[in-house]
Design a protein around this ligand. Structure first.
Ligand SMILES: Nc1nc2c(ncn2[C@@H]2O[C@H](COP(=O)(O)OP(=O)(O)OP(=O)(O)O)[C@@H](O)[C@H]2O)c(=O)[nH]1
Ligand SMILES: [Mg+2]
Length: 467
């Protein structure tokens, strides 16, 4: 475990990606931020940064005063505590992009007493100083790594506190139940338990909380999909057109296509966005029996990808009858989420669809031509529908996407369900009350109201430096 970080330190970091760019930002936060800036920034009008008003921007030079060396010209932005990202005094100096200038500015601040920030330490301070809760801090992380606009919307809504407010509502419901239960347990002489009404009342409160947690969990599937994407694996015997199909779905000629069987000898992975959802498409080698070590490895990889797929597109040649090589692959894809993609439809339909239907009753059959692109929009539509299980997704609503949050919600749901059962079976009220407490604690780990230090370290360690 790393030692606890000192909140009294003034921290500094380069907050923009290192590399060539128009500008680079060096950010300072802490009680000494202004005093340090006074030592390294000379404004054009010679006024000292510590006298600047909050939310103002100033033009000047970053200067190493000991040697008189001007490091770069800069624009300085000041945000005074508590109205800043960290709730501390924050100074941001925008210097010219490129590595040298930002590094020199950072080193100067360190020489003057600032400590290089740990990854995510600015956001961590925002959390520890009570500006945002943990769910919001994690939304910052998601926002930075968003790969689709749909997911960007999800993380922005979480950052604005929509998830936190919903959790707070559920917490209050459960807390109401908990307080009532504790009162009954501690003051039995009030004789409330002769009145059956309270059981019904408690039951209602619990049921409502359960429904709310349940809804968050159902939608979390969608949140996770938007965040992580869906792994779609194309498999099938050689020459059926897997690579051609991959290229069509990617809208670029990524994989080599040829009439020679066994063209693809390795797995090819690319990301495609279909209707705002990120898909990780994997093209596999069609070889069945390997003639050499390379092909043996290709077969092994293909099998591994099929096993890990969220959806398998089993590609077949629609213009020819089922081939024994097709059938050899049936066992590999059995039990997977499966689409039968009948390709080369432009060449005729000689495949026995009826037989396929009998062998794979649950698989969807789609006819396409990678050559003429006939049926491709329908294939894409079917994939998207399959992903959302036929439901439309409201990406404006609250979508929990974080695995940690999902786990905590599941625990809370389990505890609440147990409470319900215990009430029904009229088990001891102490027991019921304990379970409610457990549910509340689980919810509290999401917002960080109740979280241990190690986990906190782990969460912020995923951030980049400077955020
Ligand atoms: N007429 C027609 N030809 C197609 C279609 N799709 C692919 N082809 C042709 O079929 C041949 C094989 O295509 P590939 O995409 O390389 O097939 P593959 O399944 O990736 O083959 P391997 O990598 O060897 O396993 C090429 O000559 C393609 O041009 C289609 O829909 N219609
Ligand atoms: Mg291929």
């Amino acid at each position: 475990m790393s030692p606890p970080l000192n909140l009294d330190d003034t921290i500094v970091a380069i907050s923009t990606p290192l590399g060539q760019g128009g500008i680079g930002v060096v950010r300072l936060s802490g009680t000494m931020a202004l005093a340090i800036t006074d030592q390294m920034f000379i404004a054009r009008d010679r006024t000292r940064p510590s006298t600047f008003k909050s939310f103002t921007v100033h033009y000047g030079d970053v200067v190493r005063k000991s040697s008189g060396q001007v490091i770069d010209e800069a624009l300085l932005t000041l945000m005074r505590a508590p109205k800043s990202y960290t709730k501390e005094d924050v100074v941001e100096m925008s210097v010219h992009g490129g590595i040298v200038s930002v590094r020199a500015t950072l080193e100067l601040a360190v020489d003057l007493g600032a400590r290089p920030a740990e990854p995510g330490e600015f956001t961590k301070r925002a959390f520890l100083n009570g500006r945002i809760d943990l769910a919001q801090a994690e939304a910052v992380l998601d926002l930075i790594s968003s790969r689709t606009e749909a997911f960007l919307r999800v993380s922005t809504s979480q950052l604005k506190g929509e998830l936190s407010r919903k959790l707070e509502k559920i917490r209050e419901q459960l807390l109401g139940v908990y307080v009532t239960l504790e009162a009954i347990v501690n003051f039995p002489e009030d004789d409330i338990d002769t009145d059956k009404q309270w059981v019904a009342l408690l039951g209602e409160g619990i049921e409502r909380a359960k429904e709310d947690i349940g809804t968050l969990l159902i939608n979390s599937d969608h949140g996770r999909i938007l965040k992580e994407g869906i792994k779609v694996v194309l498999c099938g015997r050689p020459n059926v057109g897997k690579s051609s199909l991959l290229n069509v779905l990617l809208r670029q000629p990524r994989a080599i296509v040829s009439p020679i069987a066994g063209t693809t000898r390795d797995t090819i992975e690319e990301t495609a966005h279909i209707q705002g959802i990120p898909f990780q498409l994997v093209d596999t080698a069609g070889v069945l029996e390997s003639r050499d070590l390379i092909e043996a490895e290709a077969v092994r990889r293909s099998r591994l990808h099929v096993q890990m797929a969220d959806l398998v597109l089993f590609v077949l040649d629609a213009s020819a009858p089922l081939h024994s090589d097709d059938e050899q692959l049936f066992d590999l894809v059995r039990g997977k989420n499966l689409f039968m993609v009948l390709n080369k439809y432009d060449l005729g339909h000689n495949i026995d669809k009826h037989k396929l239907k009998i062998i794979f009753p649950d698989a969807k059959i789609v006819c396409v031509s990678a050559l003429t692109k006939e049926g491709i929009p329908q294939l894409e539509q079917a994939i998207v529908e399959h992903v959302w299980h036929g439901k439309t997704v409201d990406t404006e609503g609250i979508l929990v996407s974080n695995a940690r949050h999902i786990r905590a919600l599941r625990e809370a749901l389990e505890a609440v369900t147990k409470t319900q059962e215990s009430l029904k079976e009229r088990l001891s009220l102490e027991f019921v009350s304990e379970e409610i407490k457990r549910a509340i604690n689980s919810l509290d780990t999401i917002t960080g109201r109740d979280i241990d230090n190690d986990l906190l370290e782990q969460i912020f360690a995923q951030f980049c430096i400077g955020k």
